[in-house]
Design a protein. Sequence first.
Length: 367
Amino acid sequence: MSVEELLVMSSRGLTKLLTKEDIFSSEINLSHLKRIDKIFNKGLNFYLDPKNPEISKEASIFFRKEKFDIDLNIGAKKIVNQFEELKISLSAIAKLAELDMKRNLPVFSVKDNPKFVAKEIRKQLYPEFITDKKEFLKALINKLAEENILVFEFIETWNKKDRANIDGFFLNPNVIVLKRQQNSFRREIFTLIHELGHFLINEEEIELLDYQSLAKNNLSAIEKWCNDFAYYFLIGDYDLMINEIVKVDASNDYCFSIIKEISDKTHLSQIALFTRLLFENKVSKTNYNKIKSDFDEKYKAREEETKKLRELEKQNGKKAGGAVPKPINSPLFISTIQTAYYEGIINEYEVCKKLNIKPEKLEKYIQ
């Protein structure tokens, strides 16, 4: 299409034709941009940063960061690229809609004491405790949204071919992505706060978290800081109970009742708490391995029981599967999309696509 053809097509219905200066100057009127988009149908955010993400070095963490703590598989790379593109799209939308997405929380460093930082940040971001782990995760995501931190979940079905070998990651400036842990929301909660740690020290990372890493001394300063921050943020005043434990062994039944109580009231898993005790030399490596083995055996027994139940249901004619769980949507994400729609930046189809909803559910999000 020539420039002249573009000017004619974008001027339809106007008494005065648009000029080259109207279209190709350093700034463009939003109404003119909407007319151009009616021709190309790319969405207004496309024109704010039309570069292909693959050729823009700032557009991918794989260009911004040379080395990661794990060897990412193809599934993980696809997920990261997917959310990088979404981040860029939302950034463009926010600029067009004149939304304030600036960072509200200060930037810390690994030189700052993670326990003290956790105590301060907890005052701002820790929600009222909810015993239901998924609801508590939602409450945390809502709290982070209040500070302009976007949290997304990605969900992998059991039959997906390229399953990502990661638990979560942080993308500058304000995006945290979590893998849905349908069978262990405690793990997902810990991952969220660990990634919040990365946000606070402004260090991007993609990772597969291991509770046993809480006791390792060979971690990088960044990973150790984020682990400690997550632990102190989640445990709060219950750290006093941990401090009162002198020794864990058979003589005190390995403190199982105390650890379970703390776990129930903090959503830190029992194995994470025992791992912390290992780090503090309050439980021997031998006893720790016995405890971990016990937890592993109980987990395998539950998995076997679930498998048998499914096989029995299959024999009785009940179809396997069920509804795929839906990701938790951050209220910050929803409000950004709503504002973009009301400002005429995106259309109804794009609202449905970004929020992953069916058209009949649209009225729930836009009035």
